[in-house]
Design a protein around this ligand. Structure first.
Ligand SMILES: Nc1nc2c(ncn2[C@@H]2O[C@H](COP(=O)(O)OP(=O)(O)O)[C@@H](O)[C@H]2O)c(=O)[nH]1
Ligand SMILES: [Mg+2]
Length: 327
């Protein structure tokens, strides 16, 4: 019976942790710690929970999946990994009186009891947070590196800041005059209508963004409105917002086309991209692309990835300070 455990009492002295990242995956891992047996009983309808036996169960009327009681006080539920399933299951457990804790609120050793030490527990916690596929192998190799390490040096810290972009997506901003194809490129990468791309100047009002994977690294791609002289107060304010976005970006791409001058920019762009190479070439750019026919887009994707997280950083055998608690 939903909302009541078998003794007829509400509320359980155990809490729920989501051990996998808050994005789609094949399965999600929800961990219960505390007095887990009555909670498991209420969730699955099954009375006895011997340690170490994984069983296929129903999670109320929400989903089916595996459940296992790992120790006296820790159990894991493994429903399907769709965000909606996880959300509904968490909401349902919340109504039962099982509180949800975030991974940052608890010691990594407690959130990951299967880890052999603190380094492994922190690495697993980072894997759960990491947005980019390229982070996974590197994080899983970190416990071995940290066990053999005394203290990270300046170079390790600088490299770690770049590698952190594999966990928390970097901000990439595309800027340039109106009508050069900035929104068309953003839409081509994000794969849906992130911005309105039209012949009408000013149709991107402040900025729009979308999360996109660029050959293994996930970034937040921001499309800004083109700069033009305007008396429209809203458009002027939008331009100011876009300027601040450029200041805070991890990587700035200046874009233009074959017939438009580069826009003046307070900050030196990391990449200068000439679009519409299907119409005409231009020689003063780092890269030439066509957002409409796809020419040069794979090269652009790799260039952005390598500027944000250089291949040397990925290959470097040193430690990555992927968690503040490591220093
Ligand atoms: N021929 C050609 N046209 C393009 C290309 N990229 C964008 N366009 C067109 O240029 C116009 C302006 O594009 P848009 O993306 O809105 O430019 P924005 O103002 O810089 O965002 C639209 O009509 C697009 O279809 C390209 O690579 N080649
Ligand atoms: Mg636009």
């Amino acid at each position: 019976m939903a909302g009541t455990d078998t003794d007829g009492t509400r509320g359980f002295s155990c809490r729920l942790l989501t051990a996998t990242a808050a994005r789609p995956g094949a399965i999600a891992i929800l961990q219960l710690d505390g007095d887990v047996e009555p909670a498991l009983r209420a969730i699955t309808g099954i009375a006895d929970w011997p340690h170490g036996r994984a069983r296929l169960v129903r999670f109320a009327d929400v989903d089916r999946g595996l459940a296992v009681r790992l120790t006296e006080r820790v159990a894991q539920l493994m429903p399907h990994g769709g965000p909606r399933v996880v959300q509904r299951l968490c909401a349902w457990m919340d109504r039962l009186g099982i509180e949800t804790a975030s991974c940052d609120e608890v010691l990594p050793e407690l959130a990951f009891p299967e880890a052999s030490d603190r380094f492994e527990a922190m690495a697993l916690a980072a894997v759960a947070r990491a947005a980019s596929p390229l982070a996974i192998d590197l994080l899983l190799d970190q416990p071995r590196r940290w066990r053999a390490m005394t203290a990270p040096d300046e170079e390790d810290l600088a490299r770690s800041k770049r590698l952190d972009r594999l966990i928390e997506p970097a901000i990439v901003v595309v800027t340039g005059p109106v009508n050069v194809g900035k929104s068309t490129l953003g839409n081509a990468l994000v794969g849906r209508s992130m911005s309105i791309a039209t012949d009408l100047p000013g149709s991107t009002r402040d900025y729009t963004s979308g999360r996109v994977e660029l050959a293994g690294i996930v970034v937040d791609w921001h499309d800004t409105p083109g700069r033009r002289d305007t008396t429209d107060a809203i458009e002027a304010e939008a331009a100011r917002i876009a300027d601040r976005l450029v200041d805070s970006a991890d990587l700035v791409i200046a874009m233009t086309d074959h017939e438009t001058a580069w826009a003046a920019l307070k900050r030196t762009p990391d990449l200068r991209v000439a679009n519409k190479c299907d119409l005409a070439a231009r020689r003063d750019a780092d890269l030439s692309i066509s957002a409409t026919d796809g020419t040069g887009i794979p090269e652009l994707v790799r260039a952005v990835r390598d500027l944000l997280v250089p291949p040397e950083d990925l290959k470097h055998p040193g430690v990555w300070v992927f968690d503040d608690r490591l220093t």
